[in-house]
Design a binder for this molecule. Structure first.
Ligand code: NAD
Ligand code: MG
Length: 395
C-alpha cells in the first residue's frame, strides 16, 4: 500500500486532497503517515481519524493540548511546531502533498524530497524561494516533484512525450482576479472583501487576494522558470477570464498545446496523486457548446505591477525569490490588517527588492537553505518597515 502524508491538510488544497483519498477508499487504499494543520485543531483531528494517520501535527506549540485531547485514545501520535513538521516530513512516505501556504511549506517539502518521496507541490513558494535546492534534492535522492498548481500541472501534461528543447514559449493563463474590471483609479480603495470575490476559483484567502493583485501569477511565472528550466523571455501571461484553459505550451513548429478543464483543483491534485496513471476523477466535464466562447486579453502592466517585479526577480535570481516572497507575505498581512491599501502591496515589495538589491545581498549564485531562511527573515523585517513608512504617509 502506498504511504502518503498531507502537509496543510486542513486548507483548501489539503481538504480536496483528503476528499480524493477518502473517495479512493481512505485507509483501505492508502497508509497515511502524517497529516498537518495550522490552528484548526478540531478539523485536523477529524482528518487524522478518517485517514487513520500515524501522527497529526499542528503548526504552533500552543495548539498541542487541544490536539492531544481531541485524539486521546485514538492511537494517533500528536506533535506541534515547525521542528515537528520537519520531523514528520522525514518519516518515510511514497507520496507527500505540500499544501501549507507560504514560506512555512519549504522545509517540510524539501525534507520529504530528501527522503526520496514524490512531492506533490501545491506550495509554489518553495520553488520561488529555493527552486535550485528543490531541483537538486530531487536529483540527489531519486524523488520526484509533481506540480499541483493548475497552470503547472497543465504545462506538465502538455509536455508529456515532448522534449523541453522544442519548447518555444510557455503561456500561463490568469483569470485576472476579482478586481480585473475595476477602473484603475479605484484599485487603491479596494477592500479585503472586494479582493476576495474571485470569479472562478474557490481557494484559500491568501492566494485569492494574490490572484486579484496578480502576485499569485508573478509567483507562478517564477515557479515556471524554476520548475521547467525555461528562460524568462519564454514565459508569457495572458488573461483568460473563463479559467478553462489552464495554460499552454508553444513549440518550435508553431503548434500550441492547451490544457482545458473545469476550474477544479481536484484535477491537478488527482493527476499528481495517480501519476503516472490517469485515474477517473470526480470533476465536472466541459460543455463547450454551453461555454460558447473563450476570451483572452493582454495584462495591463499598470494594473499588475507584480508581473514586472517577477521579471526583476528572475533577472536577479539568487536570493531574490526568497526576498520577493517574504516581502509579499508581509505586504499581504498588512493589507489584511487594514494597515496599507491594496495598491500599496506592490510598492512595499518593490521597496524591499530595491533596498536589498542595492545592499548587494540578492544576487548569490550558489546558496543553501540557511541563506534562504536568513533572507526570508531579513526581507520580512524590511517589508514591515516599508509598510509602516507607507502607513504613516497615508494616515
Ligand atoms: P489555505 O490557507 O486554505 O491552507 C493552508 C494550510 O496550511 C492550512 O492547513 C493551514 O492550517 C496550514 N498553515 C498555514 N500556515 C502554517 C504554518 N505557519 N505552519 C504550518 N501550517 C500552516 O491555503 P491553500 O489555498 O490551500 O493553499 C495552499 C498552497 O497551495 C499555497 O502555497 C497556494 O499558493 C497553493 N495553491 C492553492 C490553490 C488553491 O486552489 N487553493 C491552487 C494552486 C496553488
Ligand atoms: Mg495557479
Amino acid at each position: 500500500m502506498r504511504r502518503i502524508s498531507i502537509f496543510g491538510a486542513t486548507g483548501s488544497v489539503g481538504e480536496q486532497t483528503v476528499d480524493l483519498i477518502l473517495r479512493a477508499g481512505g485507509p483501505a487504499a492508502y497508509e497515511t503517515v502524517a497529516v498537518t494543520g495550522g490552528r484548526n485543531v478540531a478539523r485536523l483531528a477529524e482528518i487524522a481519524q478518517a485517514l487513520r494517520a500515524e501522527i497529526a501535527i499542528c503548526g504552533e506549540a500552543a495548539c498541542l493540548p487541544e490536539l492531544r485531547a481531541a485524539l486521546s485514545g485514538s492511537g494517533i501520535a500528536v506533535a506541534a511546531g515547525q521542528a515537528a513538521l520537519a520531523e514528520a516530513a522525514a518519516r518515510p512516505a511514497d507520496w507527500v502533498m505540500s499544501a501549507i501556504v507560504g514560506a512555512a511549506g519549504l522545509v517540510p517539502g524539501l525534507t520529504a524530497l530528501e527522503q526520496g518521496a514524490t512531492l506533490a507541490l501545491a506550495n509554489k513558494e518553495s520553488l520561488v524561494t529555493a527552486g535550485p535546492l528543490l531541483m537538486a534534492a530531487e536529483q540527489a535522492h531519486g524523488g520526484r516533484v509533481l506540480p499541483v498548481d493548475s497552470e503547472h500541472s497543465a504545462i506538465f501534461q502538455a509536455l508529456m512525450g515532448e522534449k523541453i528543447e522544442t519548447v518555444e514559449r510557455i503561456i500561463l493563463t490568469a483569470s485576472g482576479g476579482a478586481l480585473r474590471d475595476w477602473p484603475l483609479e479605484r484599485l487603491a480603495q479596494a477592500t479585503v472583501a472586494d479582493a476576495l470575490a474571485h470569479p472562478n476559483w474557490a481557494m484559500g484567502q491568501r492566494i485569492t487576494i494574490d490572484s486579484a493583485s496578480m502576485f499569485n501569477k508573478a509567483l507562478e511565472v517564477i515557479e515556471t522558470r524554476e520548475f521547467f528550466g525555461v528562460a524568462p523571455e519564454q514565459i508569457e501571461v495572458i488573461i483568460h477570464p473563463e479559467s478553462i484553459i489552464h495554460s499552454m505550451v508553444g513549440f518550435r513548429d508553431g503548434a500550441v498545446m492547451a490544457h482545458l478543464g473545469a476550474p477544479d483543483m481536484r484535477h491537478p491534485i488527482g493527476f499528481a496523486l495517480n501519476w503516472p496513471e490517469r485515474a477517473a476523477l470526480p470533476v465536472a466535464r466541459l460543455d463547450l457548446a454551453a461555454l460558447a466562447q473563450l476570451t483572452f486579453r493582454a495584462p495591463d502592466p499598470a494594473r499588475y505591477p507584480a508581473l514586472r517585479l517577477a521579471g526583476e526577480v528572475m533577472r536577479l535570481r539568487g536570493l531574490a525569490g526568497a526576498a520577493f516572497n517574504a516581502a509579499k507575505e508581509i505586504a499581504l498581512d498588512r493589507f489584511l490588517a487594514g494597515q496599507i491599501g491594496f495598491a500599496e502591496m506592490a510598492g512595499v515589495v518593490e521597496d524591499v527588492l530595491t533596498l536589498l538589491s542595492a545592499a548587494g545581498g540578492l544576487e548569490k549564485p550558489a546558496f543553501g537553505l540557511e541563506d534562504v531562511l536568513a533572507m526570508d527573515h531579513l526581507a520580512r523585517i524590511r517589508a514591515g518597515e516599508a509598510a509602516e513608512a507607507r502607513r504613516r504617509k497615508g494616515g
